[in-house]
Design a protein around this ligand. Structure first.
Ligand SMILES: *Cc1c(COP(=O)(O)O)cnc(C)c1O
Length: 373
């Protein structure tokens, strides 16, 4: 074994590598299965919009050219779509990159503090860890909802970033507008509240869903983060965006790589925005699948967290064992084991056929786990 002695940053070595959902082909190979469904990464089960696919096909012939570094067409199209100014938008290679960029522009002093929920989206932690600053994790309440009052309590004068995923991942729970404004009232000057609305398309119709854009318009220190990876079905192209005051966008523009958003993602996103039918179908399929899983789990006597997103958390007992028993039947879900939910599996809502497949496999998995323990 080759042994080097690089002086690597200890804060980086302390980071836990991200564990993605298992890829379909890998599971097929390993378990010798022909038919595997992946309900593990909250992707759109309907696939991308045909309009986005066509736009990518058309743009493919120009992929020898660097992308438009300013994402002009996308910026102006999205600004119109949202009713904001083009200089209030920043784009990233997925929201994941934007989380890193927020860390780069906000964090640097050792006493700086990032406040996150626990459990919440694990990549927020990376923003703090990469900058080697303090990370304060605040437990969810007894209903598995982000506890924004406790998060306000956890803020101090050095808090720079507060991350609120709404709906939250992995719990699927929601916080409302009044709760968000209460947190904003208690945040220290200079700090930003990042409202991560990765799943907003599934939740925006719920009364009381926070209107992040109006908070920005009121001059509140809010950053709205959204993605094309979920309801818009473009996870493989990597495109997320932020809406914020031009002052922050300007800082992000200085820090980012010039060509961080590729040319195919730019045209696909613009096309996907036009495809209202695809978005509506995506929401309908999700609603129906979520209702079926919730009802079936209840029928099995299992608790399901009320979800406002495109996944459900089902309390199965030994999540790791049930996850493995489902995997042996060709159904990939996510165990809550690594994120403080060792009794829950998180299952993404698939097509009606994929949901059926999961619902057939679940009782068998539960049975095999009970009988072997
Ligand atoms: C899936 C997800 C995202 C999206 O990440 P991308 O990098 O844009 O694919 C962001 N936040 C949360 C909470 C998510 O679950």
């Amino acid at each position: 074994m080759l042994c080097m002695s690089f002086r690597l940053r200890p804060n980086v070595l302390r980071m836990r590598p991200y564990v993605p959902g298992r890829p379909i082909d890998e599971v097929k190979r390993e378990l010798g299965l022909a038919d595997v469904v992946k309900l593990a990464s909250n992707e759109n089960p309907l696939g991308p919009s045909p309009l986005a696919q066509q736009a990518v096909a058309d743009a493919a012939r120009n992929m020898h050219l660097y992308p438009d570094a300013s994402a002009h067409e996308l910026r102006h199209g999205l600004a119109r779509h949202l009713g904001v100014e083009p200089n209030m938008l920043a784009f990233g290679n997925g929201s994941d990159e934007l989380i890193h960029l927020l860390g780069l522009v906000f964090l640097g002093q050792p006493q700086d503090n990032v406040v996150v929920g626990d459990p919440s989206f694990v990549r927020y932690d990376a923003a703090a860890q990469l900058s080697d600053v303090r990370l304060t994790k605040v437990a969810v309440d007894e209903h598995w909802r982000l506890n924004l009052d406790a998060m306000a309590e956890a803020c101090d004068a050095h808090t720079r970033l507060v991350f609120v995923a709404n709906p939250n991942n992995p719990t699927g729970t929601l916080v409302d507008h009044a709760t968000v404004t209460r947190l904003l009232d208690r945040m220290p000057p200079g700090a930003a509240l990042v409202l991560d609305e990765a799943y907003r398309e599934y939740a925006a119709d719920v009364p009381g869903y926070p209107d992040g854009l109006s908070l920005i318009a009121e001059g509140r220190p809010v950053v709205v983060m959204r993605t094309f990876s979920k309801a818009y079905g473009l996870a493989g192209l990597r495109l997320g965006y932020l809406v914020a005051a031009p002052e922050l966008i300007d800082a992000l523009e200085r820090a980012r790589e010039p060509f961080n958003v590729n040319s195919l993602a730019q045209v696909a996103a613009l096309a996907a925005l036009q495809d209202h039918d695809h978005l509506q179908r995506s929401k309908d399929v999700n609603k129906e699948g979520l209702a079926r899983i919730s009802a079936a789990a209840a029928g099995l006597g299992l608790e399901v967290l009320p979800s406002y997103a495109n996944f459900a958390c089902v309390k199965v007992g030994d999540a790791k064992a049930v996850y493995e028993a489902l995997l042996r039947q060709g159904v990939i879900v996510r165990p809550g084991t690594g994120v403080g939910m060792p009794e829950f599996i998180r299952v993404s809502i698939g097509t009606p056929a994929e949901v059926s497949r999961f619902l057939e496999a679940l009782p068998i998995a539960l049975g095999s786990v009970t009988s072997s323990s």
